[in-house]
Design a protein around this ligand. Sequence first.
Ligand code: ATP
Length: 443
Amino acid sequence: MEDKLQKIVAMCRRRGFVFGGSEIYGGLSSIWDYGPFGARLKKRIKDIWWDTYVEKRSDIVGLDSSIIMHEDVFKASGHLEGFSDLLVDCPKCKKRFRIDKIEKLSDTAYKCADCGAIIDTKVSKPRKFNLMLRTNMSAIEDEPNYGYLRPETAQGIFVNFKNVLDSVHKKLPFGIAQIGKAFRNEVTTGSFIFRMKEFEQMEIEYFVNPKDADELYQKWVEERFSFYIEKIGLRKENLRRRPHEKDELAHYAKACTDIEYNFPFGWSELEGIANRGNFDLSEHSRVSKKDLSYLDDAAKERFVPYVIEPSAGVDRTFFAVLSDAYCEEPVNDGIRVVLKLKPSLAPICAAVFPLLKNKPELVELAKNIFCDIKNKVPASYDDAGAIGKLYRRQDEIGTPFCITVDVESLADKKVTIRDRDTMRQERVDVSKVLEFIENKLQQ
Ligand code: ATP
């Protein structure tokens, strides 16, 4: 499985999905950049989420709040005090681990996940690392004025709760959804885009009457679980729900379930869904001294709403999509690597090639077909290589259809359309190419 991870990382680099951040200067640990196809795939994931929850639902509104936030936000949220990982160093291989992520042998002994040595916490004492990233907003170096890069998009939602309520007058239950960057000074590194210092989240804070919280929490767990199967196309057997044990819960949380994915290195969190009670709004109300309660007109009742939080990572979803779609298949001339992406996620939906690039009539027809379809479906034109190489390139970026213009096309006005997964080829009228692809996409 680790081998699969290396293959995916290599494929991402080779085909322009993900590159190391600041790579020409030696790179930065746990910082990654998305290349041309990665940026498209990532955008598709975000668009599907936004469309499902903001555009298609009347009980959820969108928000785009700032990344840099006031220090007091994180005093209220508890991040400045308590947002830290407990880390231990292995005495033998010197690698550093989060204590909650390695095998516990006894109250004071842990097993190094790398070399297997025993880590005695009486000797290698666990140390706290705060995950918050701070930035100086003052123009004068020696008179600093610090702001913080948000470690989750959620806090932008909580501090805008009243603004949203007063401007769009929603009744409970209602949600505020946001997609955006978050920053954590993660110290344990090295799992590709699974754990980054700069990453993106898709979060909903769904505000509810406390009496409805348990039921709506369960509904959100099911809703989010099926989203990954139906909308993102992940295989059900690679997903599971993991309810948190009582001793794992944050002190304010009433319940939490992780949706885990079977990544190449094992089952790990893709998303967390929590019933956070009224902790966040109450704390922001206490620290800011602003009233963040809600008046239920019908029941003539005023209370601080509870919040159900489905919190998903864009990058982890992206990683899960690649892991699920990555296949190697024997073909005549060796092994083909193919990304069997759900067509609606594919960076390119159809690629058009002329069989011979030195035949101007073929090139012209291929370019005309490309121009015809590119405004309707994401398409590309490619003539940089022999046909086998062109197919291989498109298979690796997950393009569902390849359209080839050959010499016969000039006479019979038909082209060959090859299906990515079955590799079956069909002759289709030039005038029907778009219709053919659009029909297939709807199946
Ligand atoms: P973990 O235990 O793996 O560190 P977490 O429980 O701290 O994750 P949450 O605070 O619940 O994560 O964040 C919600 C989601 O944001 C996670 O499920 C994940 O998809 C994403 N996420 C969190 N931290 C990172 C990170 N460092 N890099 C990429 N995605 C992240």
